[in-house]
Design a binder for this molecule. Structure first.
Ligand code: 5GP
Length: 183
C-alpha cells in the first residue's frame, strides 16, 4: 500500500462468513500488513497451533492479563474470552507497520472508542441463508456450539452499523479488492 500513514485495521464478521480466507488473501497480497495473534481461553481446534492461530491460555492466565491491563481490548464470545495484546499493536504501529485485528464486534467497538482513527470493516455474507449453510457445513463443532454462534449472528449484524464500511463477501477477490480500497 502506498499510503504513508500506518493504520490499525479491524475486521469483524459473523462466524462462517469466510473472514479467514479473505484475510489470508489480503495478507498474501500486502506484506506490509501485520496480523495480531489474539489470546483466547478457547481450546485449540484440530490443526490449530499455539502462536499461529492463537495464544491459548487458561481462564486464570487470561484474567491475570486483564487485571494487568495487558489487553487493548477483550471480550467474551460464545463462552470463551478473546483479547488483543496492547504491546504487540503499539510496537508494530511504532515500527511503521499496518496492523490487522481479526476480532468480534464488541472488541471492534472498544477499539473505535480508544483509537478513533482505526478503520473498522465488517464482512457480511451475500445472504443470511448462505451464512447459516456455511456455518453448518463446517463440521468442526458440536450442534450446541453452532447454535450458540448463530445466536451471535443477529447481535453482530446489529453492531455492524457502527462500522466504517460493510464488505460483502460474494467472492474472495471482490472482498479483498474492496478492503484494499478502504485502507
Ligand atoms: P473463533 O473461536 O471462531 O476462532 O473466534 C470466535 C470469535 O472471536 C470471532 O468472531 C473472532 O473474530 C473473535 N476474536 C478472535 N480474536 C479476538 C480478540 O482478540 N478479541 C475479540 N474481541 N474477539 C476476537
Amino acid at each position: 500500500m502506498s499510503n504513508d500513514k500506518k493504520k490499525l485495521i479491524v475486521i469483524s464478521g459473523s462466524s462462517g462468513v469466510g473472514k479467514g480466507t479473505v484475510i489470508k488473501s489480503l495478507l498474501s497480497r500486502n506484506s506490509d500488513i501485520k496480523l495480531s495473534i489474539s489470546y483466547t481461553t478457547r481450546l485449540p481446534r484440530e490443526g490449530e497451533e499455539e502462536g499461529v492461530n492463537y495464544f491459548f491460555r487458561t481462564k486464570d492466565e487470561f484474567m491475570r492479563a486483564v487485571e494487568n491491563d495487558e489487553f487493548l481490548e477483550w471480550a467474551e464470545f460464545s463462552g470463551n474470552c478473546y483479547g488483543t495484546k496492547r504491546k504487540f499493536v503499539e510496537k508494530s504501529l511504532n515500527n511503521g507497520e499496518h496492523v490487522l485485528l481479526e476480532i468480534d464486534t464488541q472488541g471492534a467497538l472498544q477499539i473505535k472508542n480508544k483509537m478513533p482513527e482505526a478503520v473498522l470493516l465488517f464482512i457480511a455474507p451475500p445472504s443470511y441463508e448462505e451464512l447459516v449453510a456455511r456455518l453448518r457445513g463446517r463440521k468442526t463443532e458440536t450442534e450446541e456450539a453452532i447454535q450458540k454462534r448463530l445466536n451471535f449472528v443477529e447481535f453482530e449484524k446489529e453492531n455492524s452499523k457502527y462500522f466504517d464500511h460493510i464488505i460483502i463477501n460474494d467472492t474472495v477477490e471482490n472482498a479483498v479488492s474492496q478492503i484494499e480500497k478502504y485502507i
